[in-house]
Design a protein around this ligand. Sequence first.
Ligand SMILES: Nc1nc2c(c(=O)[nH]1)N[C@H]1C(S)=C(S)[C@@H](COP(=O)(O)O)O[C@H]1N2
Ligand SMILES: [Mo]
Length: 366
Amino acid sequence: MTQSHNPFKTSVDRPEAQDGVFSHPEVLLANRNSGILLETLELDVTPTGAHYLLNHFDVPLLDADEHQLNFCGAFAEPYRLNLSEIKALPQVTMPITMECAGNGRAGVSPRSYSMPWMYEAVGTSEWKGTALLPLIEKARPQSEVVEISFMGADYGFDKGIGHYFGRSLTLEQLEKLDVLLVYAMNGVPLLPQHGAPLRIIVPGWYGMASVKWLCQIEALTQPFDGFQQVKTYLFKQHKNDPGKPIREIRVKSLMVPPGVPDWTSRKRLVNAGNVELIGRAWSGAGVAIEKVEIEIAGEWHIAELEKNDNRYAWTKWIFNWQAEAGEYILRCRATDANGNSQPLDPPWDISGFANNAAQSVHVFVE
Ligand SMILES: Nc1nc2c(c(=O)[nH]1)N[C@H]1C(S)=C(S)[C@@H](COP(=O)(O)O)O[C@H]1N2
Ligand SMILES: [Mo]
């Protein structure tokens, strides 16, 4: 940990120029979507404008006054609801942590074009709406129904296939999951980019299940074969692998990078002495966080966990570090109540999905 020079006062890490241009599709995606600012991990609820964003196609600009939710297909009593009818239903407000299944894919190689997330595709909001299951029961699914599909209003193409963004859940899944039909986020109506005027939130599952701009809920007598259900969001080890569907969020933790950053490398400069390291840890399916460990100079230390009464929201952790001068790679690693721990190396599949490897933060203490 001895220091010879202070890398923050030199430019050795940053060559004057790099050959080659940024990849066009990746730059387009990265500029349309956005990640959380890691410093906001200090807050229980992510500021609305800092919540991550993942939109496949264009944002449909829907008129809330005209909007209708259509319960159709193999229901004995199909019906429609408008927004004021939905707002008159029993209200539920819940902090829920949502994470994109692609979060952490940036290091996967070889890669296909997709959103190059490092750590940022996660956030917690106070979602307000009503429980979805009673509304499906009210429409009375017929006995042959196996799945319910949820269709958004956004249409586009992927791999040559035109489709509306849609996902499905089985009746059994719907009975277990506390799915919410949501119209407000952090006390204000949903913003256009987050699904206005109506979306679902599937707590404890990766974000792709939480369909935005929801228009239609259909009862199906055959499994849903929409693109976003069967052509993607599958863990595949090789191209011809049929794959396993991605569902519950894997245990994960992140820290607020301490000190101040270097603009491009995001390495940190910290003053020696007591440094309060803080962060968040979460797992899927409402499973609690049991332990968070912080690695400093090759040794793991147990962090303190803040009490958390919200089963679908992340847990705060704190560790006081007596930092001595030197260069460090800090890491944090969470373990959940089922005994699942974060791996130290990425559990890569070919798309870099659900990478929950421990975060590394490069810190220089002076
Ligand atoms: N209709 C629709 N719903 C969608 C998506 C989309 O592109 N279209 N993206 C999904 C994905 S992959 C994620 S991670 C979350 C992101 O929600 P947010 O942008 O509100 O954070 O929305 C999901 N719901
Ligand atoms: Mo996502």
